[in-house]
Design a protein around this ligand. Structure first.
Ligand code: PRX
Length: 649
């Protein structure tokens, strides 16, 4: 395949007007490599500091001393940077456009209104006994109160842990316990695609689990007015408590390295880990990447379709845009409701200029044909963005042509929960685009490809993607388990941050992410550990053993393929498949729904008992001819049996 086939040159209007053209990108990138201290000292000035930092970079990736600090003697407050400092110039400008699930519901919230309500909420949190260093779990719909809750926590120095509203009660319980949260903020119900999701009921169930008694209060937004149980003394209505508070709340002076939030994400082993992100470096990085990658210009309407439950929502719905004084659109619903043209309709309704979405959303639209967007014109769009998984060139071209009317550059942004912000992406005024490539590193990011021994590979090649030096937005630790942080990211290759991704670099130095090289799945851009799903399955009384792998899926990118060995005497029926599907959905959440379950009388194992996932992946992908060496298997006949009964997907 030639990478040169489809190169989209930088558009002249972008080269002339964007924040960075090619020469500026190259000069700034070089400076960020040659003099990171000077570069980031300058960038930190984009924030308002209570005390400006004098120590800029103090970082070590050495396996025996992983320690990452940026701007460590600086003091600042994140909410003051996202709100207070904008009041004078843009107090009456819309900060958040909220578009409800129902197309008739939307509202605009100005910076002044967002400031006032956030302060009231911050005072309410104080009344509930929350203070600096306490953790608060948010389990919320996509409503403005979610952004307010994040900002209110940051105002008083509390640490938020947002749990995606699609997760199960057990997942909520696990995260409440893991973060030691005194408070959960939720809503009666969320509304997505016309359906109600019982968030409060899920919280009630979560808080019956052992160990959750750390949580003293539940603050409940009335979103639908749906019926809910009420626990006197614990549950508090959001509006009742918040309405009566003062709209002034002094922002807490936080150290740059004080934690801002915890965000749980899946890894290849064990339970999800809570990444710890801190204050000064994170905000500097989120704001800078938002400005340059999306080329955000004053007054533009910017829409990121992610959920605030994921890192994309943190950095590019809330913190980056608000730090930059942008107008950020928050959408409660799903792109397919009430029609598949909804995304385009929202763009027209609110004159969206920048649209940041996921390949899976694009592929889902593609499946409905060229005319799926005909109800909208999308003339306001200037730039498109993609995140969460590799975008296949076909989807890229379709996104460009059908959604962007062949006039909007697409910034394919590679990054991770751990990285805090965008790491590899084009700048629209500087970088020619190649469909399917996240292109080149952002300022301050030093990527490299290594072989399995950690040897750096030069030139056009393929290998494991690592980052060689620290950048301000990166996670500092795993909450409560620094050793696991070191083990997961810094012990595979000493002195390097290991991303878990495979990657190819072409002759122009462009990076092409090829997907995870570990046991992490990426299903519709949602990250999941195979081990998590397996441990859920083996907790079912019928299951003796389970192995989970990903397989190529047209819309989701990857689907979930499960091999299940049943206990003796259990009948492998279709009913049981349905039951196991429900079991996983209930245990983890609907995003972990299996796509395929295959009964496996035996699993391919090495003589030492290790499951050979490589073989299971091949069978799931229907690549049964290229199974490679099976001679080390304890019982090679198991493989023939699996191939013979391969499930019809
Ligand atoms: O495999 C990469 C993939 O998503 C993983 C990170 O997932 P998560 O922490 O949930 O964050 C998603 C949103 C930032 C990465 O290790 N990934 C993310 N963006 C891209 C991508 N793969 C290819 N191209 C991308 N643009």
């Amino acid at each position: 395949m030639s990478d040169q086939q489809n190169v989209y040159p930088v558009r002249d209007d972008f080269a002339a007007n964007a924040w960075a053209d090619k020469a500026k990108y190259e000069a700034m990138y070089q400076q960020s490599m040659d003099d990171p201290e000077g570069f980031w000292a300058e960038q930190a000035k984009r924030l308002d500091w209570i005390k400006a930092p004098t120590k800029i970079k103090n970082t070590s990736f050495a396996r025996d001393n992983v320690d990452i600090r940026w701007f460590e003697d600086g003091l600042l407050n994140v909410s003051a940077n996202c709100l207070d400092r904008h009041l004078e110039k843009r107090g009456d400008q819309t900060a958040i456009i909220w578009e409800g699930d129902n197309p008739d519901d939307s509202k605009h919230i100005t910076y002044r209104e967002l400031y006032a309500r956030t302060n009231q909420l911050a005072n309410a949190l104080k009344e509930l006994g929350i203070g600096k260093g306490d953790t608060v779990t948010l389990y919320m719909p996509m409503i403005p109160e979610a952004a307010m809750a994040m900002l209110a926590c940051s105002r008083i120095g509390a640490v938020h842990s947002v749990v995606f509203g699609g997760f199960s009660p057990d997942a909520v319980a696990q995260r409440v316990i893991g973060a030691d949260s005194k408070l959960v903020i939720t809503a009666d119900e969320s509304v997505r695609g016309g359906k109600h999701v019982p968030l409060k009921e899920n919280v009630d169930a979560a808080l019956t689990r052992d160990g959750t008694d750390v949580c003293k209060n539940v603050l409940v937004v009335k979103r639908t007015g749906g019926e809910i149980d009420w626990k006197e003394g614990r549950d508090v209505w959001f509006d009742e408590l918040v309405d009566k508070q003062s709209s002034e709340c002094e922002p807490e002076a936080m150290g740059a390295e004080d934690p801002l939030f915890i965000l749980y994400t899946s890894g290849s082993t064990g339970a999800p880990k809570g990444l710890k992100h801190t204050t000064g470096g994170y905000l500097t990085y989120a704001a800078m990447t938002h400005q340059y990658v999306f080329d955000y210009q004053e007054g533009e309407i910017y829409w990121c379709t992610a959920d605030v439950g994921w890192v994309t929502g943190h950095s590019y719905i809330v913190y980056g845009p608000l730090a930059n004084g942008a107008t950020t659109l928050m959408f409660e619903g799903v792109p397919s409701y009430p029609t598949h043209g909804r995304m385009g309709d929202i763009v027209d309704k609110h004159n969206v200029n920048i649209l940041y979405t996921a390949p899976t959303a694009v592929r889902a639209l593609m499946a409905h044909g060229e005319n799926v967007m005909d109800s909208s014109k999308r003339d306001s769009l200037r730039l498109l963005g993609s995140v969460g998984e590799p975008i296949n060139p076909e989807a890229w071209e379709w996104f460009y042509r059908v959604i962007g009317n062949e006039k909007c550059p697409i910034v394919d942004t590679w990054w991770q929960t751990e990285t805090g912000g965008i790491m590899i992406a084009p700048l629209p005024g500087a970088t020619p685009l190649k469909p399917g490539s996240a292109t080149v590193p952002f300022f301050g990011v030093k990527p490299a490809l290594v072989d399995n021994e950690g040897k750096q590979l030069e030139g056009a090649t393929e290998g494991n993607l690592v980052i060689l030096d620290a950048w301000p937005g990166q996670a500092r630790s795993i909450w409560g388990d620094h050793e696991r942080f070191v083990q997961t990211y810094f012990s595979t290759y000493d002195g390097m941050y290991f991303t878990g991704d495979g990657c190819r670099r072409d002759e122009d130095g462009y990076y092409w992410i090829t997907g995870r090289v570990d046991d992490v799945l990426n299903v519709s851009g949602h990250r999941m550990g195979t081990a998590e799903i397996e441990s859920s399955l083996v907790a079912h009384s019928a299951v003796a053993e389970a192995a989970v792998v990903g397989f190529p899926h047209d819309i989701k990118g990857q689907g979930i393929y499960i091999y299940v060995t049943l206990n003796d005497g259990i009948d492998p029926t279709d009913e049981l498949k349905k039951e196991l599907t429900q079991w996983v959905r209930k245990d983890i959440g609907p995003i972990a729904s299996p796509d395929v379950i295959q009964w496996a009388p035996g699993l391919p194992k090495t003589r030492s008992g290790k499951i050979m996932r490589r073989i299971l992946r091949k069978i799931a992908a229907n690549e049964c001819d290229g199974l490679g060496d099976t001679s080390t298997l304890a019982d090679p006949s198991v493989v023939d049996e699996l191939i013979e009964h391969r499930a019809n997907q």
